[in-house]
Design a protein around this ligand. Structure first.
Ligand SMILES: [Zn+2]
Ligand SMILES: [Zn+2]
Length: 380
């Protein structure tokens, strides 16, 4: 089949910035040297671009996982133009199609089914989706966001000002214009481009699938470092309405931390999360599925599967009871804070619920142990 025509502007931008980054940047550094300030400016630039895409384009505009003050949206709009990844409206339209039709050969704009190169950058080099290029019917809600609309309208000017104007201005103010153009202008752009592109390529190829294997999305802790927390892509594809991607405290997700800080400063609100019980359940379902696949070849497969299913059902039951009690305790605590009377009665109720919660937690953990042992014995 004949390939669609090349988009020369994109080819030129990606190729020229990449070539300058691997030739002129090291040559200049070797010949004239870079100041610490210039390197720091580049790193700050990478974070501004990256977080504007992950916190703004992705979690705010594409998935509406929280609400943000206009000043935050304005910074994200400018940072997004700096990242040179098209307008937030266009980006979100592509991204919503990616989620809706993930892995579909034609309907997913950067489908991993076409391999690493295509999902990383190839999809932007040719007119693959010319028909859909200005079809924004799936982002009608964003047309109500004045800042997103403004950024879309003046995207070309903003992109030029941010990518050419800012590096020159910083260079003029702090010394070496050429060093600033090369590091803050070009190297920053190339690195932030590819770090984001990794989410479409790498995060759909390498990593684990703890929550679902219905699509190619993977969790990858190493990738999270480059992508400002978006490496937990398996979780993200099953629970896209959650403002977090790394849900555990130890998982590197600076985008989530940024949103939390904004919320503490009253600049973000309505942070959406998925209930813990649902997350755990998805994980257990995957574990059961994997065990079924493992034992299928055994001579007594049917019998083993029945046993697995029985233990799994008990585990799910205890899990639900535990999380339900947790919610009851949380609600009673909230109520007791508001209630002025019957304080003593409430406190007694809370004590009882706490006791019950401990029992349910122990029962759940016990069954988790049984389940883990069972998984281990059927892991070969
Ligand atoms: Zn997404
Ligand atoms: Zn994806």
């Amino acid at each position: 089949m004949k390939k669609p025509p090349l988009i020369w502007l994109n080819v030129f931008v990606f190729a020229s910035t990449f070539l300058v980054a691997i030739t002129a940047v090291p040559w200049y550094g070797y010949t004239y040297g870079f100041e610490t300030f210039e390197v720091v400016a580049m790193i700050v630039g990478i974070f501004v671009c990256g977080l504007s895409i992950t916190g703004g384009y992705h979690r705010l505009w594409s998935h509406r996982t929280y609400k943000a003050h206009w000043s935050v949206r304005l910074i994200f709009a400018l940072g997004g133009a700096f990242a040179l990844q098209n307008s937030a409206i266009h980006w979100s339209s592509d991204h919503r199609r990616h989620h809706k039709h993930v892995d579909h050969d034609e309907k997913d704009p950067y489908s991993a089914s076409h391999g690493f190169w295509y999902s990383h950058i190839g999809w932007m080099l040719r007119e693959y989706d010319a028909m859909l290029y200005s079809d924004y019917t799936n982002v009608r809600d964003l047309q109500k966001d004045a800042i997103a609309v403004w950024q879309h309208k003046y995207y070309n000017v903003l992109a030029l000002v941010m990518n050419v104007g800012v590096p020159i201005l910083v260079g003029l103010l702090y010394g070496d214009v050429w060093a600033s153009i090369l590091l803050l202008g070009v190297a920053r752009l190339v690195l932030s481009h590819h770090f984001t592109f990794f989410i479409n390529s790498w995060a759909h190829i390498w990593g684990s699938q703890p929550y679902t294997d219905r699509n190619t999305a993977r969790d990858n802790a190493l990738l999270a470092i480059f992508t400002h927390g978006e490496g937990y892509h398996n979780y993200h594809h099953i629970f896209e309405t959650d403002y977090r991607n790394g849900i555990k405290w130890y998982q590197y997700d600076p985008t989530k931390w940024l949103i939390n800080i904004l919320a503490w400063c009253n600049l973000a609100s309505d942070l959406r999360t998925v209930p813990e019980a649902r997350i755990e359940q998805a994980k257990l379902k995957m574990e059961l599925k994997r065990r079924h696949d493992k034992v299928r070849h055994l001579p007594n497969a049917d019998e083993v599967m029945v046993r697995l299913n029985q233990e799994y059902d008990v585990l799910c039951e205890r899990l639900n009871a535990f999380y339900k009690a947790k919610i009851v305790l949380f609600e009673s605590k909230k109520k007791s804070l508001n209630e002025k009377f019957d304080k003593i009665q409430f406190e007694q109720q809370i004590r009882d619920t706490k006791l019950q919660l401990i029992q349910l937690k122990n029962a759940f953990y016990e069954q988790r142990e049984v389940w883990n042992n069972m998984q281990f014995s059927f892991s070969h």
